[in-house]
Ligand binder design. Structure first.
Ligand code: BGC
Length: 924
């Protein structure tokens, strides 16, 4: 049996390295950083204590026991002294102004109030120390975009004043940004140094301090352009709308826009980032053979300390009839650690086909094709998009068709899109009508439906027989009834009792009957920045996506995700719900922290690296959200109106790379629509592009409780699994009871009226089983591997022990659960799990008594699925039983509950849950 070993120290070290390599140094005058040995540093800003390890929502809910704050890490550094008097002032202030968690899902504030500083305080600090650090913190996340307001994208007046006063008083001030996403930088001329530290997960503080103290020289590069104002981004005016989001900027996203039309609006260009050392880069050779351009570049460390450098290759295409951006990233690589004077030769290869543009209106005579228009393709090499220098011209004599495809996902709403217009002073923004859909997608879909195979009944074939090559998958699946097939396309969650407690969903063997055929339940868990388990199980919190991409170090990310893969095996998670790989179309998107970049090439490469790492140990990731999930506001209803060209070149591109190069086997669609059709039912995307063109043969799942429709004239709803299956989105995520159709989906009805065929259901069932067959869940079911992972360097008893066998006690509304065996001593936690028939709001009544005095306070807090719920504060009752009633919301049918006794002295009898207001996601 294969053995797996997870070395926790290696995991931590890789994450710490990623944090230090992802930090982007934008400015470093007067050698402000690194902090020299013997320095006393004055640390301003509350994020020194309250470090944001990630953004919010599903991608931020990894439970950790402790996140080392930057302050703790600084204090642990020999040779650096922290200005204690300033620290005391901050500690006292933070005590009076504690961190505000906000209330519930998407209820966290984007930032915390900052202490206003007086001139006198700053001057006193400056008298006692040589250099100041100013921490600025921001969060945002799922269901909650940033806004262009102070405290979100903009700094607050107090923060601006803080930076201004400290920068004016100290000769050396470094502003450190603990943010998920780029923020407004109009204040950038004030401090002498600026470091984007992002949100670094568990090792965020330690990795950051490695950079601050010079243990590691920064080598991170911006994966987004920082413009002077939010209004400079061409997508801003079309961001956040309620119904339609018009992608008028088309392919001109991020630097593709700024470098083509608006160079002066840029404060810091894409790809930019400083180091503590300097490098000389020199193209040594460039040569084209068989359609691949190979470039060798010498990088020499010309400075005084060791460091790494990132080399980037961009192409400038001829304008042709299609129009093209002035630059597009086509390759990058990062050196190893180079000592002063050391040299490394990097070899980068670019297939010429990478230069192709997509013709979505037939202007070149080749509609729906990737083409190379005639002209000069100029390659630039450098260390950011702006300073990269031309070094090679590749001439295309006559138009070449690289790939002939077909029209898919084209818009139905008319709009004008940006197209460069040549003027005497260069290219300016012009517009053209966006080509609209011209095919009859319904007729095409009908003609492409799979053949229907008849049900054979149970012939005794098990999935194990398919695994061992004794039967084919079709023969196996033909045994299933229509009800079985309707069941297998349902994922069970959240908190399914069939898989690791607290995870997002089970899929595959989600009913007892399906299990009798030997189909195990596979498990998926959020994602992307670590494993989320809502019963409170601790896991490793990874650096956020933007930070990882800023490392430009695919080898490092791959190694890190091998560790995550092992951790998934340990927790019996078959696929992580990540990488998140939507494009940073606009800085205000709340989930940008989960995603990588404004650029599809970096996005694709990072996703490939994560997948490669997980695949090394036999688990995988789920690419999300497919596609054009670019705002959180109105996410269930927003229709992204976008050209086919922008889809092909920008929004689908990274997914395509992850499928073709990263061998992805799992994808999640979005909540919203692309060009009128909700992606969970978008046949053109989920079948024609993904599978027929790219060769994907894995599973596609919906986002949790997504809406679905089949065509743009049909209103989307959560019951339309028929449209989902027809599109070859295989799994509806999630329902409570897959075997009873608890979500009232329309699969059976559609089979009955012929709008859905058994052939289509069989096709999705095959996709699901194919996935399951190669998963660790199957290995465990067959006894090929018991799922155990040896963990070195982690005290599991104290930290990450996991209970795979939670038993859910089924409760009738109002039925008491005895608490007589609960330990109610101070600080104890009583854990139990219940399942209920209906989700919704429940009245919770606790019966308790205490002999303590009547002014004694004995608070008991109820956590449901690790989310803090009501606190019942009992006083002494003179030994009489009393009751208190509060409310709790059960989103799931299966609920893991914890009662926390903050102070002992209470005698508890029982707890009852009585349904007050039924709520179901199916109607919600
Ligand atoms: C998010 C997904 C996530 C899923 C499961 C949804 O709210 O959009 O990204 O994976 O929940 O938690």
């Amino acid at each position: 049996m294969k053995t797996y070993t997870l070395n926790w120290d290696t995991y931590k070290q890789l994450a710490r390295t990623a944090v230090s390599e992802g930090a982007v140094l934008l400015k470093n005058e007067q050698a402000t950083l690194p902090l020299k040995a013997g320095t006393t540093v004055s640390v301003f800003g509350r994020s020194q204590f309250n470090y944001y390890k990630s953004g919010t929502g599903s991608g931020g809910m990894v439970n950790v026991s402790h996140v080392t704050s930057p302050l703790e890490a600084l204090q642990a550094t020999e040779g650096i002294d922290v200005n204690e008097s300033l620290l005391e002032t901050y500690e006292a202030w933070v005590e009076e102004n504690p961190f505000d968690q906000g209330v519930g899902w998407a209820g966290e504030p984007w930032s915390q109030p900052e202490m206003a500083v007086t001139d006198e305080l700053v001057e006193r600090a400056a008298a006692a120390s040589d250099v100041a650090l100013v921490f600025i913190g921001r969060t945002a996340g799922e269901d909650r975009d940033n806004t262009a307001d102070p405290g979100s994208y903009l700094l607050t007046d107090i923060e601006l004043e803080l930076i201004e006063k400290v920068s004016r008083t100290f000769s050396k001030t470094a502003v450190v940004l603990n943010v998920g996403n780029i923020i407004d930088m109009r204040w950038a001329n004030e401090p002498s140094a600026i470091l984007y530290a992002w949100q670094g997960g568990l090792e965020g503080g330690t990795g950051l301090v490695d950079v601050l103290t010079g243990t590691v020289s920064p080598s991170g590069k911006l994966t987004d352009t920082i413009a002077k104002s939010i209004d400079d981004y061409p997508s801003t005016k079309n961001f956040g709308h309620a119904d339609k989001g018009i992608y008028q900027e088309d392919i001109y996203v991020g630097y593709r826009y700024f470098e083509t039309f608006a160079k002066d609006d840029v404060l810091y260009p894409f790809g930019f980032g400083l180091s503590y050392t300097t490098f000389a880069t020199d193209v040594v050779s460039s040569d084209e053979t068989n359609g691949v351009i190979t470039v060798t570049i010498d990088v020499v460390n010309t400075g005084d300390v060791a460091g790494k450098e990132v080399v980037q290759l961009y192409v400038e295409k001829p304008q042709g009839v299609l129009g093209n951006p002035a630059r597009a990233l086509v390759a990058f690589d990062k050196t190893n650690l180079l000592a002063p004077g050391e040299r490394e030769t990097l070899t980068l290869s670019v297939p010429v086909t990478e230069f192709a543009s997509y013709d979505d209106n037939g202007a070149t005579g080749h509609e729906s094709s990737f083409v190379l228009e005639a002209g000069m393709y100029r390659l630039y090499a450098g260390t950011d998009v702006r300073s990269a220098e031309a070094f090679y011209d590749y001439a295309v004599e006559a138009l070449e068709v690289v790939e002939t495809l077909s029209e898919n996902m084209a818009p139905v709403t008319s709009f004008e899109r940006i197209k460069p217009r040549a003027t005497e002073s260069g290219l300016t923004v012009g517009y053209e009508a966006t080509p609209l859909r011209s095919v009859d997608v319904e007729a095409r879909y009908l003609a492409e439906r799979p053949v229907v195979r008849e049900e054979t009944g149970d012939t005794g074939v098990k999935l194990a027989d398919v695994y061992h090559g004794k039967a084919d998958l079709e023969t196996f699946l033909d045994q299933l009834t229509d009800e079985d097939l309707a069941c297998i396309v349902r994922g069970q969650g959240m908190n399914s009792p069939r898989v690791t407690p607290g995870t997002a969903a089970a899929f595959g063997g989600v009913s007892d009957r399906l299990e009798t055929f030997g189909i195990p339940a596979a498990c998926c868990a959020d994602g992307p920045s670590g494993i989320r388990m809502d019963i409170g199980t601790k896991a490793f919190a990874l650096p956020n996506g933007t930070l990882l991409a800023s490392t430009f170090n695919t080898r490092l990310v791959e190694d890190l995700f091998e560790m995550t893969g092992l951790e998934m095996r340990k927790n019996r998670v078959d696929t992580l719900l990540g990488p998140g790989m939507n494009i940073h179309r606009n800085p205000l998107n709340g989930r940008n922290f989960e995603y990588f970049s404004e650029d599809p090439h970096v996005t694709g490469k990072m996703a490939v690296a994560q997948l490669n790492g997980m695949h090394r140990v036999g688990v995988t990731g789920t690419l999300k959200h497919f596609s054009a999930n670019n705002q959180e506001a109105h996410r269930h209803d927003i229709d992204s109106v976008v050209s086919e060209r922008a889809l092909r070149e920008i929004y689908l591109k990274g997914f395509e790379m992850a499928v073709k190069e990263g061998k992805a086997t799992s994808i999640m669609t979005t909540y919203g629509a692309v060009n009128g059709i909700w992606t969970a039912g978008l046949y053109d995307q989920n079948t024609r592009v993904l599978r027929d063109e790219w060769g994907f043969d894995g599973i596609v799942m919906t986002d949790w409780w997504a809406k679905v429709n089949h065509h743009e004239d049909e209103p989307a709803n959560r019951q339309n699994t028929a449209a989902m299956v027809r599109s070859q989105n295989d799994l509806y995520m999630v329902v409570d009871r897959p075997d009873t159709n608890s979500f009232d989906d329309n699969t059976a009805a559609a089979l009955a009226d012929g709008s859905l065929t058994r052939g289509e259901l069989l096709r999705s069932a095959a996709n699901i089983c194919r996935f399951v067959l190669t998963s660790p869940a199957m290995e465990r079911a067959l006894g090929i591997h018991d799922g155990s992972v040896e963990v070195i360097g982690l005290d599991e008893e104290a930290d990450q022990a996991i209970d795979f066998d939670v038993t859910y006690r089924h409760l009738e509304s109002g039925e008491p659960v005895s608490l007589s065996d609960a330990d109610t001593s101070t600080g104890s936690m009583h854990v139990f799990a219940v399942s209920v028939d209906e989700t919704g709001t429940y009245d919770v009544t606790i019966t308790a008594k205490s002999d303590a005095g009547e002014l004694a306070q004995m608070p008991v807090t109820l956590f449901a699925n690790n989310i803090p719920g009501p606190t019942f504060t009992f006083n002494g009752t003179d030994g009489e039983w009393v009751t208190q009633t509060k409310q709790v919301f059960f989103l799931n049918q299966h609920n893991y509950l914890q009662l926390y006794f903050a102070l002992g002295g209470l005698d508890v009898k029982d707890i009852t849950f009585t349904l007050a207001d039924s709520f179901s996601m199916k109607n919600g």
